[in-house]
Design a protein around this ligand. Structure first.
Ligand code: NOJ
Length: 543
């Protein structure tokens, strides 16, 4: 792959936005699409390539929009379809791409399909969902929302039958054994692609099909359906992408890339908790380990990597012992825990220590894949663990120190959620306006990281090799692409580290710090020595 023919998503940086939380244009206390449009220049200035918006469809919001009541509309809180069209157009005018969630697995129980399905056994919609006379089928399927759901079956009085649901009871699963459901979803894709959307983050894809005697995840039938969606996309919409949300081990995500005929991208879930483990233990081994478990993926596919998102920091892909350690270390208050995870944001997780926050970002950006930045984490926003469910990591974006953090002019008690106003995380100190002015702020450092990474596709595309693995206090990665090399050195501890590396292969070549542009000397014939500050990192281009 030469630099020229790299598909856009391979070297992209994504920015995840919750419309509700970003900017309120009509002062009703809820963020909306015109509000987001008014902030597109800010997003453009971050240097990212693509915005991922969380579901913005009509919904009773029992799962913050992941319970869709109409796939063809916009939630009235957020605006209109015309607003969304304008958002897509305005993003495109700025050279930004925009993808949205495609919630394939389930609908809201308020969706007319479900309402007709439950009320009329003769309706064509009866077969749109998974009904059963007993709740004893598919017992090997795990429960995902452990804190609230006791079963994947719920009894519906009207139908006199049980229906299947992998998430909340209010989210009945669609029946993908019914070709009519597949056709409905193709139509949904068509609708949004025709509006110009650049692709979909496909939600909860492992669970489309159920089969007795299996755990009902990653089944071959599910892959066949997903390939069908991909082939529809390829035939009709060039350059648009599908991103798989499959919270699985990397070897189980591999089939989702298919033979470049299923997903373009897939989240790499298990690397994420290991970044926190590495930082918390001052030990690079968890990263070495998970990358060794990560298979090579087809040429034109890419991992999506992230530190945090709108959900709890999931600990599904760690051992029981590691989970306990993560909880003790990062969620000492039981209220910080949710399901098998932690409902906290990046900055509070890392003690609001700028060095650690930058190190975590630099570590993420040093790995192969396309990174995603979660809104608010670029300024180190705090969280509110006392809010319901995962709402504590979805509070209003902090723009400035004015009332409501500049998010809305509504009365404070009319906001959909309170702004963070406590101690070191108060919007009065943590906000975009303050950080814009400070060249050393987190915001400006994250911007620089994005800028450097974008200027060097080697980060996204290159091979990687861990060096000095025995020096576990540091993570040392040699990235190589065509005939270029970048050395990523990260100190995971709070002490100075002296690192010695055998780089004799490159003896005589100059090392240039990509963040500062300054020369760091010449590579030695034998051992080259490096000194890393506590929680410091260096990205060194071998010139
Ligand atoms: C994954 C989404 O990220 C999460 O927010 C949602 O609750 C579930 N899928 C169910 O749609």
């Amino acid at each position: 792959m030469t630099q020229k023919n790299i598909p856009w998503y391979m070297n992209a940086v994504f920015y995840e936005v919750h419309i509700r939380a970003y900017c309120d244009s009509n002062n009703d206390g809820i963020g909306d699409i015109p509000g987001l449009i008014s902030k597109l220049d800010y997003i453009k200035n971050l240097g990212v390539d693509c915005i991922w918006i969380l579901p913005s469809y009509p919904s009773p919001l029992k799962d913050d929009g992941y319970d869709i009541a109409d796939y063809y509309g916009v939630h009235p809180d957020y605006g209109t379809l015309e607003d969304l069209q304008r958002l897509i157009n305005e993003a495109h005018q700025r050279g930004l791409r925009i993808i949205t969630d495609l919630v394939l697995n389930h609908t809201s129980d308020q969706h007319p399909w479900f309402q007709q399905s439950r009320s009329d056994p003769n309706s064509k919609y009866r077969d749109y969902y998974v009904w059963s006379e007993t709740d004893k089928k598919y017992q090997d399927a795990r429960i995902i929302f452990l804190d609230t759901e006791k079963s994947n079956w719920a009894f519906d009085e009207k139908a006199g039958l049980y229906f299947w649901h992998r998430f909340y009871t209010t989210q009945p699963d669609l029946n993908y054994d019914n070709p009519a459901v597949i056709e409905e979803m193709r139509q949904v894709m068509k609708f949004w692609l025709d509006m110009g959307i650049d692709g979909f983050r496909a939600d909860a894809v492992p669970y489309l099909i159920e089969r007795e005697g299996t755990n009902c995840e990653n089944l071959p039938e599910t892959h066949r359906i997903l390939k069908d969606f991909r082939s529809y996309l390829d035939k009709n919409y060039k350059g648009k992408i599908l991103l798989a949300e499959a919270n699985q081990w990397p070897q189980d995500v591999l089939p989702y890339f298919g033979d470049e005929d299923e997903f373009h991208m897939g989240f790499h879930f298990p690397v994420m908790p290991r970044i926190f483990m590495a930082l918390g233990k001052g030990d690079a081994s968890p990263i070495h380990w998970i990358m060794a478990q990560t298979p090579t993926i087809p040429d034109y596919t890419q991992w999506c990597i992230f530190l945090r998102n709108h959900d709890e920091l999931t600990l599904e892909m760690v051992t029981e012992e590691e989970r306990q350690w993560m909880w003790e270390q990062y969620a000492p208050d039981p209220r910080m825990r949710l399901n098998l995870g932690i409902r906290r944001r990046l900055a509070p997780l890392l003690d609001n220590d700028l060095r650690k926050i930058m190190l975590a970002n630099a570590l993420l950006f040093s790995l192969p894949g396309a990174p995603i930045v979660y809104y608010g984490d670029e300024i180190g926003m705090g969280d509110n663990i006392w809010l319901f469910d995962r709402n504590g990591v979805r509070t209003p974006m902090q723009w400035d120190e004015s009332d409501n953090a500049g998010f809305s002019s509504a009365e404070a008690d009319e906001l959909y959620a309170p702004v963070i106003d406590s101690n070191e995380f108060s919007y009065k100190t943590v906000n975009v306006a303050v950080q814009e002015k400070d060249p050393h702020s987190l915001l400006n450092q994250v911007r620089r990281l994005i800028e450097v990474r974008k200027a060097h596709p080697i980060f996204a595309l290159g091979e990687y090799e861990f060096l000095a693995k025995e020096h576990t206090q540091c993570l040392s990665i040699l990235r190589t692409h065509t005939n270029e090399q970048v050395l990523c050195l990260l100190n995971l501890t709070d002490m100075d580290q002296n690192l010695s590396l055998d780089l004799s292969k490159y003896a005589g070549k100059e090392l240039v710090d990509l963040m500062t542009g300054k020369s760091q000397g010449v590579i030695a014939e034998t051992t080259t020595f490096f000194q890393l500050d506590p929680f410091g990192f260096q990205w060194l281009f071998i010139k």
